[in-house]
Structure formats: structure tokens, C-alpha cells
Design a protein around this ligand. Structure first.
Ligand SMILES: NC(=O)c1ccc[n+]([C@@H]2O[C@H](COP(=O)([O-])OP(=O)(O)OC[C@H]3O[C@@H](n4cnc5c(N)ncnc54)[C@H](O)[C@@H]3O)[C@@H](O)[C@H]2O)c1
Ligand SMILES: CC(C)[C@@H](O)CC[C@@H](C)[C@H]1CC[C@H]2[C@@H]3[C@H](O)C=C4C[C@@H](O)CC[C@]4(C)[C@H]3CC[C@]12C
Length: 410
């Protein structure tokens, strides 16, 4: 067993660390990982919020030391992306402990950039991905980022000797499938015909398979790679852009949203803070429980209620002044199908001029209209996961965020 937590100074790498989920994972690690010595935040687009780390305003961290552009040690002459290193003194329950935060602007599709970022890391939490179900990116790009990017992360772990990899997968690896079969309060062992056509779920399913298949491969140094995949359902919380889009749409429509999906269609949702916590815990326990956790998948879950996608959103948009009109869908389903198809045609026609990517398309309509909920305790049984945030707390935090954005672009 490794030294005590206080003595260990581990290097964590979070890919996609500036994304909706990634940012919460970064903050959770800074707050709740006592073994953290260096935190590498790797992303194609580094967020301005990283600048706040200098003031330490968010976590009681104190800023110490300069922030300059330092090249991370090049590996065998591999060119390294520009990095920004900040030294943080994080105040934790266990006392004051210095944490180095290294912001790395890089691309997971570039194997050499990934290898440079992974080199020397103890754990990789791989959240980077192209979450596109709206036709913004081509299938080729989605595959490049989500599949080849994941392959690059795996190979970097093997080449550089990093042994622990937690991958952010998705419920969509399972479903809803192309037949629209419901998945009603299922778990990791529930039989379900996971058949996909859309580029996004196909890419997530292949990437997850690669991660699980890599479990047990010998890394540089001869020890085995230990991997697991976490499958969040629809994540909500501070920073959820789709929630913000619904809020802005409602404001434009005079404080109203119009029901399009039957209230009986249940959708699994999970608070971003609990998803982040599950990632931190899985990364911590993967070493100690390698035999049990290695090669496993875990749905992300918490106490969020089972509701239709629209009714669930109203838990937050209602207290922000919006009203969902209709107890039943106000538009016949065939008309929604027609409008979704029309959106695809418009997207294709307008593509030479502008990117038209509305929420409604045949895929999003099918997903929204298909029950998909999980009921499981596998993460609790395997690595002691319990949600960190209650439903009430998750709801309050999300409402406060929606109110704070006020429908703005932030
Ligand atoms: N949002 C959800 O409801 C949800 C549900 C289940 C799973 N997931 C998964 O969680 C992960 C994070 O999703 P999110 O909702 O935070 O999305 P997001 O788009 O907010 O975050 C993804 C991050 O990855 C980065 N990224 C994209 N391409 C990259 C590249 N080529 N190189 C480096 N970084 C790159 C983006 O800049 C972004 O910061 C994804 O893998 C997604 O599939 C999301
Ligand atoms: C226009 C109406 C029909 C409206 O109700 C459409 C809602 C639609 C945009 C969302 C309904 C379900 C969402 C998806 C689900 O929460 C799970 C996902 C998995 C994750 O990996 C990525 C995001 C998503 C695909 C999510 C996207 C938005 C919805 C399709």
C-alpha cells in the first residue's frame, strides 16, 4: 500500500479539464484529494476560470509564486504544448499543502501532445470529448476526438508508465437504441440491445470498449494498466449549457416553454458535482481495488428524481420564473418528426453560409422521447461511492447558477 495520503504527492491529469464536467472534476480534486501534488489541466480550450486559481478565491486557496509560461519537461525531444504553471497553496482539512496546477493547452487527437501531458502522471481522468448530437461537427471529427483521442490517451499511459485511467463514458453507450427500446431503471447488468447509428453514441461505445480492453496491458515498467469507465446519464448543474439555452428560449417566449414530450417518459439525470465526486473517488480507489474495479463500467447516479426531460428542467427553470405550458404535448408527435427532419434539411442547406444547429433533430427527439433511467448501487459496492450532494442541494445550486447567468452567454 502506498505511503499515507498526506505524504504522497501524486500527479493527476484531467483531459477536458475546462469543460462542463471537467471543471467540476478539477475543483473537486483540489478540494478533496489529499494526495494531490500536481494537477495537470489539459484542454483544447483553456477556460478563463483557471485564472481564478491565482487568487484562490474559490477554495480558500492562497496564491503563491509566479505564474509564467514554462515548457513541461520535453519527453525525448517531443515538442510540448505551451503550458502555464501556477503554484497553489490549498487549505485542506489536513492542513496546508502546496498543489502545482499546470494548465496545458493541447489536443487529444495529437498523440505527441497527449504523451507529453501524460508523462509522469499517476492517474489520468479522461473527460475530453466532442459532445455533439446537434450536427455541429462531422462524424469524422467526432470519431477523431472521441475514439482516436481516447486511443492516444491509452497509448500514452502504456508508453510513459501511467497505470490508472478513469474514462468518462456515457449512458448512450447503452441507449436509447435505434429501436427506441425503453431502459427502465436498469443497471450495469441489465440486458439491452445497444444498437446505435448516430456518430456520438457510436464513438462513445467504441472509446469505452478500447478503455476496458486496455485494462491489464503492461505499461512501461512492466506493471499492468488499470482502467474503468463511468457512464453518466444526463448531467445537470452549474455550467450546463443546454439548461441555459432552455432558459434563454423561455425568456424569449415570454416566460413560457411548451411541452413537447409526454410527462410519462422518464429520463435519468445526475448532478455534475456527484459525477465529479464519483470520478475522484474511482481514481483514488482504482489502485487499492484494482482486481475488483479494473475493466469495469459504472453508471453515475444520485438522488435526482426520475422525471421527463422537460419536467426535470422545470425543477430549476420554474423557480427562475418560467412556466411549462401543457400537461400533455401541445404538438402532435408527427409534427415534431416533421420539424426535426426540416431542421436537418435546413442545417444541410445553410451549412455553406452558417452553422444552424437547433436542439430539435431526429436524434434528440428520439432520445428525449425514450425512457432511460438507471437504478444501481454498483459504484457503492465496488468503491464506496455515495453522492456528495443531496437532491435538494443539487437543485439549489443549479437554480442559483441559472439565476446568476440570467440567460446570459456565460
Ligand atoms: N453532459 C452530459 O450530459 C454528459 C453525459 C454523459 C457523458 N458525458 C461525457 O462527459 C465528458 C465531458 O462532457 P461535457 O458535457 O463536460 O462536455 P464539454 O464539451 O463541456 O467538455 C468537453 C471538454 O473537452 C474539450 N475537448 C474537446 N475536444 C478536445 C480535443 N480534441 N482535445 C482536448 N480537449 C478537447 C473541450 O474543449 C471541453 O472543454 C464527455 O466525454 C461526454 O461524452 C457528458
Ligand atoms: C426539442 C425537444 C424535443 C427537447 O425536449 C429536446 C431535448 C434534447 C435536446 C435532450 C433530451 C435528452 C438529452 C440527452 C441526454 O440527456 C443524454 C445525453 C448523453 C450525453 O453523453 C451527452 C448529452 C445527451 C446526448 C443529451 C443531449 C440533449 C438531449 C438530447
Amino acid at each position: 500500500m502506498a505511503d499515507s495520503a498526506q505524504a504522497q504527492k501524486l500527479v493527476y491529469l484531467v483531459t477536458g479539464g475546462c469543460g462542463f464536467l471537467g471543471e467540476h472534476v478539477v475543483r473537486m480534486l483540489l478540494q478533496r484529494e489529499p494526495r494531490l501534488g500536481e494537477l495537470r489541466v489539459f484542454d483544447l480550450h483553456l477556460g478563463p476560470w483557471l485564472e481564478e486559481l491565482k487568487t484562490g478565491s474559490r477554495w480558500g486557496s492562497l496564491w503563491r509564486g509566479g505564474c509564467g509560461r514554462f515548457p513541461i519537461p520535453s519527453q525525448a525531444g517531443i515538442p510540448t504544448p505551451a503550458v502555464e504553471q501556477m503554484i497553489l497553496v490549498s487549505v485542506h482539512m489536513d492542513g496546508i499543502r502546496p498543489v502545482r496546477v499546470t494548465a496545458i493547452q493541447g489536443d487529444v487527437t495529437q498523440a505527441h501532445e497527449v504523451a507529453a501531458a501524460v508523462a509522469g502522471a499517476h492517474v489520468v481522468i479522461h473527460t475530453a470529448g466532442l459532445v455533439d448530437v446537434f450536427g455541429r461537427a462531422s462524424p469524422k471529427i467526432i470519431h477523431e476526438v472521441n475514439v482516436q483521442g481516447t486511443r492516444n490517451v491509452i497509448e500514452a499511459c502504456v508508453q510513459t508508465g501511467t497505470r490508472f485511467l478513469v474514462y468518462t463514458s456515457s449512458m448512450e453507450v447503452v441507449g436509447p437504441n435505434t429501436k427506441g427500446d425503453p431502459f427502465y431503471r436498469g443497471n450495469e447488468d441489465t440486458p439491452y440491445e445497444a444498437v446505435h447509428r448516430h456518430p456520438y453514441p457510436c464513438s462513445k461505445a467504441l472509446a469505452e470498449w478500447l478503455v476496458l480492453e486496455a485494462n491489464g496491458r503492461k505499461v512501461c515498467g512492466g506493471l499492468p494498466l488499470v482502467t474503468c469507465a463511468l457512464r453518466p446519464t444526463g448531467i445537470y448543474g452549474e455550467g450546463h449549457q443546454i439548461m441555459r439555452d432552455f432558459y434563454r428560449q423561455g425568456l424569449r417566449l415570454g416566460g413560457r416553454l411548451f411541452r413537447a414530450i409526454p410527462a410519462s417518459v422518464e429520463h435519468g439525470r445526475v448532478y455534475v458535482g456527484n459525477v465529479a465526486w464519483m470520478h475522484v473517488l474511482a481514481a483514488r480507489e482504482l489502485e487499492r481495488r484494482a482486481a475488483l474495479m479494473g475493466g469495469q463500467v459504472y453508471f453515475c447516479y444520485d438522488g435526482s428524481p426520475y422525471k421527463s426531460y422537460e419536467d426535470f428542467n422545470m425543477e430549476f427553470l420554474g423557480p427562475c420564473g418560467l412556466r411549462l405550458v401543457g400537461t400533455r404535448p401541445l404538438v402532435p408527435y408527427w409534427l415534431l418528426v416533421f420539424l426535426a427532419a426540416l431542421n436537418v434539411l435546413l442545417q444541410w442547406l445553410l451549412r455553406p453560409l452558417l452553422l444552424y444547429a437547433p436542439l430539435l433533430n431526429p436524434y434528440t427527439l428520439a432520445v428525449a422521447n425514450t425512457t432511460f433511467t438507471v437504478s444501481t448501487d454498483k459504484a457503492q459496492r465496488h468503491f464506496g461511492y455515495e453522492p456528495l450532494f443531496s437532491w435538494e442541494d443539487s437543485r439549489t445550486r443549479t437554480i442559483l447558477w441559472v439565476q446568476a447567468t440570467g440567460g446570459s452567454a456565460q
